[in-house]
Ligand binder design. Structure first.
Ligand SMILES: Nc1ncnc2c1ncn2[C@@H]1O[C@H](COP(=O)(O)OP(=O)(O)OP(=O)(O)O)[C@@H](O)[C@H]1O
Length: 319
């Protein structure tokens, strides 16, 4: 079985799965758009199976990574492999093994639902009608409706049903639930979880919605400015981030002296510290620095990820 080792900052260690194969493997992958470095020597290895979430701030390089992996863009340097194949040399057959759903849900607007299904069934030899029916059954799609007439949620569900029915070995979802209501989101995630378990396809799930990530992801990949910042199960990542609240009757310690500091905020006269990789010793540090009282709090995934990403934002969270 594959083991995902926790990782903050390079170099990282990850144990290969039984067949030694990664569905995605990048080596020193960089992409530059003019003066903008979107991916910066990215080394990423994702083993087969399970649901892997990719998160990062706006502009972290997530969509660029997908475009490179799918061969829509060429790297400036380094290499990217997907399902064992160089992403610049994907054959139609390779593409048939990969499903891709993005926020734009790009299907021909003038085609009817029935015509799209017929086209996909013809195009994909591993088409699974039962999977299509079970996922699409969550949405009120009429065969004669044009794609352009579907609501945003219906279009997202339709896209997911099509992608899953393709029986892909690898399914890449880039912000697939953007703009969906709560009910449509839940139906989308249920379909995804169900198919991931029954079909054993590897899912790469890119989203800004931490509650979705918490619900579906087995592995959390954090990208920051085109670099890998974390790769571990989400709960392991949360366990590394501590939230401490301290009351300082006099001066609080300088931020630069606080070990593992991700973020500090002053709220109602109390100092809230978000720190990385600090055990119970951090409480002693706060008392030794002059705190009158100290409390530790559990951290949600949302808070932990945002704290990590805020760390390098200029001036972010420094209260
Ligand atoms: N065609 C382009 N030309 C110039 N710069 C680009 C181009 N595409 C992306 N970029 C820049 O590359 C960086 C990474 O963009 P990318 O779209 O990959 O980020 P992202 O992580 O998907 O962001 P978001 O979460 O906002 O969708 C950004 O700073 C962006 O401005």
């Amino acid at each position: 079985m594959a083991v995902i080792a926790p990782h903050i900052a390079a170099p990282y260690v990850i144990t290969a799965n039984d067949d030694g194969e990664y569905v995605i493997e990048t080596r020193a992958l960089s992409k530059r758009y003019g003066r903008k470095l979107a991916l910066d020597g990215l080394d990423l290895r994702i083993p087969r199976g399970r649901i892997h979430a990719i998160v990062g701030a706006n502009g972290a390089g997530k969509s660029t990574l997908f475009r490179l992996l799918l061969g829509f863009l060429a790297p400036s340097s380094g290499s990217a492999r997907i399902l064992g194949r160089d992403s610049q040399r994907l054959t139609p057959d390779d593409r048939g093994r990969i499903g891709f759903v993005n926020e734009e849900h790009t299907l021909p607007e003038w085609m009817s639902v029935a015509a799209v299904i017929a086209m996909q069934r013809h195009h994909y030899p591993r088409w699974n009608q039962a999977t299509y029916d079970s996922v699409a059954g969550n949405y009120h799609l009429l065969p004669e409706q044009k794609v352009g007439q579907l609501s945003r949620g219906e279009r997202a569900g339709f896209n997911l049903a099509l992608a899953l029915a393709q029986s892909p070995e690898l399914l890449i979802l880039d912000e697939p639930t953007l703009g969906l209501d709560v009910v449509a989101k839940r139906a989308f995630l249920e379909s995804l979880l169900h198919t991931n378990l029954s079909e054993r396809c590897t899912v790469i799930y890119c989203s800004h919605q931490m509650e979705e990530i918490e619900r579906v992801a087995d592995n959390l990949i954090v990208l920051e400015r085109g670099r890998l910042r974390n790769m571990s199960p989400p709960d392991e990542f949360c366990a590394r981030v501590g939230h401490w609240i301290a009351e300082f009757p006099f001066r609080a310690p300088e931020a630069a002296l606080v070990p593992g500091l991700l973020q500090v905020q002053q709220i109602d006269g109390l100092h809230h510290y978000l720190v990385l990789d600090q055990g119970p010793d951090f409480e002693h540090f706060l008392y030794a620095a002059g705190a009158r009282s100290v409390h530790g709090m559990p951290v949600s995934l949302d808070r932990a990820v945002n704290g990590l990403l805020a760390q390098n934002h200029i001036g972010a969270g420094r209260g």
